[in-house]
Design a protein around this ligand. Structure first.
Ligand code: MLC
Length: 519
């Protein structure tokens, strides 16, 4: 079952999820860490109806964007689901983005409503970020704010049910790009519904599950994979505001499954209270968003007896491959194509299909693959082959059993703690600072984050730069996770015969820069 139409004419993801809600609507859907006042499925239905009614009262029509830069909480998910219900396009923004970054997204997406943290409202206004956004509401980590007050004042039964086609937009998620310019990936109701169904079946989710949800809810991992799979199968999620290793260890006894980026698993392994006994009852640990090292996979198995299930996805495609639920989970492989998803390996320049074992571009086709980049038709066309395969930018090979191994990236990209950082964007920010003649940004191995950002900077003649001052100057411009963890100041960069910076030489030179016990 990969199409939403089989469960009725309405392709609206909310309707698809609701079809999986438990018959007993008093069952918990969202459990807060203190275990008190869980949100039941009846609460989800009522509160999302109020939210949808409120959005409709504002005049928000199907297809209009609703942007949100808010802390994680049950109310954030109500906003997401309320948007789906009203047919609005949900546009979540990383809370780490600075006002100038947010300004760029708002100008590009032209949302009808922007929801932000109360304390951010002033700063965003001053930065001119809100120019042209007709309405701004607030929502805080506890779920309070002008948005909640307005939604609660709306009658649930006044919400009009909006049906959607599979091809209609449900969400836009911004991803940075190799050019330094962010692109809005357009995900449809059909993309998200098909992936939720596929993953729920592949990973055996059911109404008895309790997913430990520590991921942020502004990326596809925490927002779509984790949330949609639970709601579709009528289970519950223990919703933590963020990944805090002590809190995760406290909550694990109440959970049946957990999803995370590799950093979560390496942090758990580094904690003395993380024992096999603690997680003996668990049925599933899923890892994604960054490569899980074979070392972490093996150490986790040795400590707990659990083989972490690694899967491969992207913002643009949702999830593509996964190691099997039953069957061999191979360290270093992200598994086989999910049902309904096609993977092929091609020669990067020509698109010619390659055979088993040959390394090439990973290309993806299926109902999970996005519709394109928001208002970037040419860019979209350039990333698809004839026949509808999306060119991922990752390099890999398939073995004779169809297991995928990712061996590198064709794009200059750093994945730090599961977050993508494009060197070009950081280099551009550095080059705009006074006193910097040239800059090259690379990823270096990092014990905690997998890779971390390093900038190699050349000062202008006669200028004395310091690492601290460069970092301080970047902070107001770049989200903190993009700010280099180290700045190395040098007299010149290694160039090839064409005058291009030799990043591989820099990567080699600084490969051990984080090789210290503080990692
Ligand atoms: C936080 N910081 C990071 C960082 N996260 N720096 C680099 N890389 C990261 N990932 C910075 C903060 O800005 C801050 O900087 C300092 O580290 C401490 O902040 P923190 O909030 O205490 O960090 P921490 O809680 O430790 O966060 C690390 C983390 C978190 C790994 C727990 O980043 C995380 O939850 N990552 C998951 C990302 C994710 O969900 N990815 C899915 C993408 S979807 P300073 O300088 O201010 O001190 C996708 C598709 C798919 O990729 O297939 O899933």
């Amino acid at each position: 079952m990969t199409t939403s139409t089989r469960r009725g004419a309405d392709g609206n993801l909310f309707a698809v999820l609701r079809a999986g809600f438990p018959a007993d609507r008093a069952r918990p859907a969202i459990i807060r860490p203190d275990g008190r006042t869980p949100l039941s499925y009846a609460d989800i239905e009522e509160q999302t109806a109020r939210m949808a009614a409120y959005l409709q009262r504002l005049g928000i029509r199907p297809g209009d964007r609703v942007a949100a830069q808010v802390e994680k909480g049950a109310a954030t998910l109500i906003l997401y689901l309320g948007c789906l219900r009203a047919g609005a396009v949900y546009l979540p923004l990383n809370t780490a983005y600075t006002p100038p970054e947010v300004a760029g997204f708002l100008a590009d997406a032209e949302p009808s409503l922007f929801v932000c943290a109360p304390e951010r409202r002033g700063g965003l206004g001053e930065a001119g970020a809100l120019a042209g956004v007709p309405r701004v509401e607030t929502l805080d980590a506890a779920g309070e704010g002008s948005l909640t007050a307005a939604a609660q004042a709306s009658a649930a039964d006044s919400a009009k049910e909006i049906s959607r086609q599979e091809d209609d937009l449900a969400a836009i998620l911004y991803t940075s790009g190799t050019t330094g310019r962010s692109k809005g990936a357009m995900l449809t109701h059909g993309n998200l519904a098909s992936n939720a169904r596929t993953l729920a079946a592949a990973w055996h989710f059911s109404g008895t599950d309790r997913l430990l949800h520590a991921l942020p809810v502004f990326h596809s991992h925490g927002l779509f994979v984790a949330t949609n799979v639970v709601l579709l199968t009528g289970g519950a999620m223990i919703l933590l505001p963020r990944f805090d290793v002590d809190e995760v260890i406290r909550q694990l006894p109440a959970a049946t499954a957990m999803m995370g980026v590799p950093t979560y698993y390496s942090r758990l392994l580094a904690h003395p209270a993380f024992t096999g006994e603690l997680v003996r009852h668990m049925r599933l640990f899923v890892s994604g968003s960054a490569p899980l090292s074979a070392e972490t996979f093996r150490a986790f198995a040795a400590r707990t007896g659990h083989a972490i299930l690694e899967r491969y996805g992207m913002t643009e495609t949702n999830m593509n491959t996964a190691n099997p639920y039953d069957g061999e989970r191979i360290a270093g492989s992200c598994g086989q194509p999910l049902p309904g998803v096609e993977i092929r390996i091609t020669e990067p320049d020509t698109g010619r299909a390659l055979g088993v074992g040959e390394i090439g571009m990973i290309e993806i086709r299926g109902p999970n693959v996005f519709k394109g980049y928001w208002r970037m038709a040419e860019r979209t066309a350039a990333e698809f082959r004839d026949g509808g395969f999306f060119v991922s930018g990752d390099l890999g090979r398939l073995d004779e059993r169809g297991y995928l191994y990712i061996v590198g990236r064709a794009k200059d990209l750093i994945i730090s703690g599961g977050l993508n950082v494009y060197p070009k964007e950081v280099e551009a920010a550095l080059q705009r600072l006074p006193g910097i003649a040239d800059a090259a940004v690379i990823g270096a191995p990092h014990g905690d984050l997998g890779e971390a950002v390093v900038a190699v900077v050349v000062p202008e003649a006669g200028v004395r730069l310091s690492e601290e001052r460069v970092i301080a100057a970047l902070r107001p411009r770049l989200a903190a996770f993009k700010v280099p963890k180290r700045i190395v100041i040098v007299d010149g960069l290694p160039l090839n015969a064409m005058g291009k910076v030799q990043k591989s030489a820099l990567r080699g030179r600084y490969a051990a820069i984080f090789d210290n016990p503080g990692n």
